[in-house]
Design a protein around this ligand. Structure first.
Ligand code: ADP
Length: 476
């Protein structure tokens, strides 16, 4: 038990207002007790990050390489422990928790190598005897606000590029999952990060988050969370002309055509819609199914879904862990009730009791839905998928694109023609052919279009765009 409220200047800080961090698989298990800090702590963290910036930005890239590489090694070595803590804190299954911790380790190592690739361009000027050099420079202090659903991977994929390219950081993780972000920052310091380069401040979105977004000495914001919060952050950043990157929701379609391999399609839907309890912004929440395969697909998917074992995240047999908290469970059950009211036939979808008191629900498949039903318009963020029946590839594509979101879009087909056309015409940042809409690599860009994302891409080599600014130098 500890009352840690963050890490500022490389040192743990505590605070007054204490909260219990509860295990969603067993509400009697308090994972940690932490303190909520306030805007004074954000001011302190930003001042310290500003001081640390110059030394870090001007250090040899090898120094930054070593910290990130060593931190990556430590995370990978401790993936089992970190994964267990993650599963206890967030509720995803142990293999999913360990997998996420491993991913965070790989991300740190990927960006270690990127420190040595922060190159630029050289061009001859149109004026004889003049050289033009284009280089990239870090921005300064970056503010980060992260959600609970990937509590170590998301902080890793924001912090790693930020510090690889010479910035310093003030981060606020979600209130539901502070332990993982704290563990990551502690590992960075253990790996030799100079004091103050990464600072973490725990607290609420409206107090600590707001203070980070509006702080005049924070050069850029990277946010992952809901659309309403993202929108309000973008507005505030616009007022200050602050660079902002937002990753928000999804209502990702998985199209299943008549010519799909039925087993492939069912596995894609099962994995994409229900694994990680559906709490992924890339989850396949809309299944757009052609009439010729519709009944066979629904029957097989419903049977497989009903066999999924829901339970305590740390139990070996568990395939679907609990929902993250009571508020989220109530919201998901409400969406299921609305789907029924609007005429859907719902298979599963009820709250269930586990061996321990937790936020458990049976996955839900909502059949016979209309593309305009609420279940097909709004992000549920739970183990719930809806099926929309369509008559043709063209109609499927139209339904797939008929959403305010545009993160990930999938198709199951054995037709090369349809796969290629879907790849070209899907209005999404990521397209998956015969694969679940969720589950992406760490070394390539991640992000979407429309209300799913705003600003430049995260991850892979494209991450440099957000965390650096370009300088064009003329030398005569
Ligand atoms: P979710 O519904 O997944 O919790 P939110 O967008 O509410 O999504 O939260 C994502 C992150 O944004 C969390 O760390 C949360 O504390 C933070 N947050 C919420 N409201 C604000 C705000 N007004 N300003 C800044 N950050 C916020």
């Amino acid at each position: 038990m500890e009352d840690i409220g963050g890490i500022i200047g490389g040192r743990r800080v505590s605070g007054q207002l204490l909260c219990d961090n509860i295990n969603p698989s067993d509400t009697g298990d308090i994972v940690s007790r932490y303190a909520k800090l306030d805007s004074t702590s954000v001011d302190e963290a930003v001042a310290i990050a500003r001081n640390a910036f110059a030394g870090w930005a001007n250090a040899s890239p090898e120094v930054r390489f070593d910290v990130l590489d060593k931190a990556g090694d430590l995370v990978l070595q401790r993936a089992a422990q970190l994964g267990e803590l993650l599963s206890r804190e967030e509720g995803k299954t142990l293999p999913e928790g360990i997998g996420e911790a491993g991913r965070a380790g790989r991300i740190l190592k990927f960006f270690a190598a990127e420190t040595l690739r922060m190159g630029g361009e050289y061009l001859p000027s149109t004026r004889p005897g003049v050289d033009v050099e284009i280089s990239r420079e870090p921005l300064g202090v970056i503010g980060m606000i992260t959600p609970w659903n990937f509590p170590i991977a998301i902080p890793a994929w924001k912090i790693a590029p930020a510090i690889a390219f010479g910035n310093s950081v003030v981060i606020k993780p979600a209130e539901a999952t502070p332990a993982m972000a704290l563990a990551l920052v502690e590992i960075l310091y253990e790996a030799g990060l100079p004091d103050g380069v990464v600072n973490i401040v725990l607290g609420s979105g409206s107090v600590v988050g707001e203070a980070i977004v509006t702080h005049k000495d924070i050069a850029a914001i990277s946010f992952t969370g809901s659309v309403p919060t993202g929108r309000s952050i973008a507005r505030k950043c616009a007022e200050q002309l602050k660079k902002v990157q937002l990753e928000m929701g999804g209502k990702n379609p998985l199209v299943v055509l008549n010519d799909a391999d039925l087993d492939v399609a069912v596995n894609c839907a099962l994995n994409g819609a229900f694994f990680s309890t559906g709490q992924r912004c890339t989850a396949s929440s809309r299944l757009v199914v052609q009439d010729g395969i519709h009944n066979a697909f629904v029957e097989k998917l419903a049977a497989a879904m009903q066999k999924l074992r829901v339970g305590h995240a740390l139990e070996k047999e568990t395939q679907i862990g609990p929902v993250v908290d009571a508020r989220q469970l109530a919201s998901i059950l409400d969406y299921v009730a609305v789907a029924k009211d609007q005429g859907a036939e719902v298979i599963g979808g009820q709250a269930i009791e586990g061996a321990t008191p937790g936020f458990y629900m049976a996955p839900a498949l909502c059949v016979s839905t209309d593309r305009n039903d609420r279940i097909n318009r709004e992000e549920v963020f739970g183990p719930v998928a809806s099926v929309v029946k369509v008559g043709s590839f063209e109609e499927a594509l139209d339904v797939a694109n008929d959403t305010e979101f545009g993160l990930s879009s999938g198709i199951c087909t054995t037709s090369l023609k349809h796969a290629r056309e879907f790849k070209r015409k899907a209005e999404a940042g990521m397209v998956m052919v015969n694969l679940p809409t969720a589950g992406v690599d760490y070394h390539v860009p991640f992000g979407g279009r429309k209300a799913s994302s705003h600003g430049s891409r995260e991850q892979g080599r494209y991450a440099i765009e957000h965390y650096t600014t370009v300088k064009t130098a003329y030398v005569g």
